[in-house]
Design a protein around this ligand. Structure first.
Ligand code: HSE
Length: 398
């Protein structure tokens, strides 16, 4: 089977490395070898072992009927979408690691794949090396998925873990993460939760069977979390994690991405550093959790190559996963209920007037009071918070 790789960056070159290193075991498992025929990249790699495979025009791949399997590891929505669409329409199956593409155009590309009797798969787009997509679309297809809660961004989990362990401030740990290569030069997508938002949108689309627009998911990142928040969390016996959450709510799902306070009895509390974990609750299965490397060249490339073997085994048919190109109206997030940890400069008498039942959790800081509310809806909390005159920071309990 001949393979083309589009994009020879960190992940694309990792895919070549996995195919080269494990070529014998892949051949044995598949019954034939997977051979790289083309690598699409605008740059030149004259010293690369695959130097002869490089092309600059994606149409060279489109018109070669011998190539049935294509890897997309370019990133971003365009031109990846145009290239992937052309490959599917030319009767080639595609695997991508590109969550921006899958979150934005996944349902559309799935339909194009179905119309052309080929497959479009994306194991590496969520959780890197954690096989969560095939778990949901194959192993757990007998279950109604009632809840998914995920730490699915390694950059922010690394930063929060370090803030917790060393008492560092956000800005300091961000610059350290950037110098170690864990955070991008422009870290917005990670630290503001956009990356986690796209990932939970993809997972929710898969379990609901309809298309979730990631713009509909309320998303907060970690940029407002400070070392003081961690001091409070520690004094309460909690940690703070950026969690992407999707909960079944009638015929739809209720989603949110935000930092949450988690306690040691909750499994996500123990997920540290760059590691990811996805907790899934099925109506028959109960709880299960999938843990592993959520990013990095080889873990991500391993997932892409696993997809290639799946595609090679299914070249003659489209394998339905039930992701319709029809919008899922998410449940109203203002009806989600939480207990809230609040830091405010307001007087205790005002706090009690607005929130009735509160539990104080104090660090004896001069200019603020911290308290925990009873459980209430987002709508109710926001009304009371406005009446209080705002808050310095608010973190939900998971
Ligand atoms: N920026 C992502 C992360 C990479 O930190 O997890 C994997 O999607």
């Amino acid at each position: 089977m001949k393979v083309a790789i589009m994009g020879y960056g960190t992940i694309g070159s990792g895919v070549a490395k996995v195919l080269d290193t494990n070529k014998d075991i892949i051949k044995e498992r598949l019954g034939e070898p997977l051979e790289i025929k083309y690598i699409l990249d605008l740059r030149d790699f004259p010293d690369d072992v695959h130097a002869k495979c490089f092309v600059k025009d994606y149409k060279d791949i489109v018109k070669d009927k011998e190539v049935k399997l294509v890897v997309e590891t370019m990133g971003g929505v365009e031109p990846a979408f145009t290239f992937v669409k052309a490959m599917l329409e030319a009767g080639k199956s595609v695997t991508t690691s590109n969550k921006a593409l899958v979150a934005d155009k996944g349902a559309e590309l799935m339909k194009i794949a179905k119309d052309n009797d080929v497959n479009f798969v994306f194991e590496a787009a969520v959780g890197g090396g954690i096989p969560i997509i095939r778990t949901l679309t194959a192993c757990l297809t007998g279950d109604v998925i009632e809840e998914i809660s995920a730490i699915c961004n390694g950059t922010t989990n690394y930063m929060l873990t370090n803030m917790e362990q060393y008492g560092s401030e956000y800005a300091q740990i961000l610059s350290e993460a950037q110098s170690l290569g864990y955070a991008e030069k422009d870290p917005t997508a990670d630290v503001e939760g956009h990356d986690s938002c796209r990932k939970i949108a993809i997972l929710t689309s898969l379990v609901s069977g309809k298309n979730v627009d990631f713009n509909d998911i309320p998303t907060e990142g970690i940029s407002k979390i400070s070392s003081t928040d961690f001091k409070y969390a520690k004094s309460m016996g909690y940690s703070i994690k950026l969690i992407a959450k999707s909960v079944k709510c009638g015929d739809t799902y209720s989603c949110r991405v935000a930092p949450f306070l988690v306690k040691p009895e909750q499994m996500l509390y123990h997920v540290a550093g760059v590691m990811n974990a996805v907790s899934v609750r099925g109506n028959m299965l109960g709880e299960s959790m999938y843990y592993g490397a959520g990013a990095g060249a080889l873990p991500t490339a391993s997932a892409v190559v696993g997809d290639l073997v799946f595609l090679a085994r299914n070249t003659d048919k489209h394998v339905r996963i039930g992701w319709a190109n029809e919008k899922l109206e998410l449940a109203n997030p203002s009806q989600q209920k939480y207990r809230y940890f609040v830091r405010t400069a307001a007087l205790q008498s005002n706090i009690e007037n607005e929130f009735d039942e509160v539990k104080y959790t104090d660090l004896d800081l001069d200019d603020e009071t911290a308290f925990i509310t009873a459980e209430m809806t987002e709508a109710e909390f926001n009304e009371r918070k406005i009446a209080l005159g705002g808050a310095k920071n608010v973190i939900r309990f998971f």
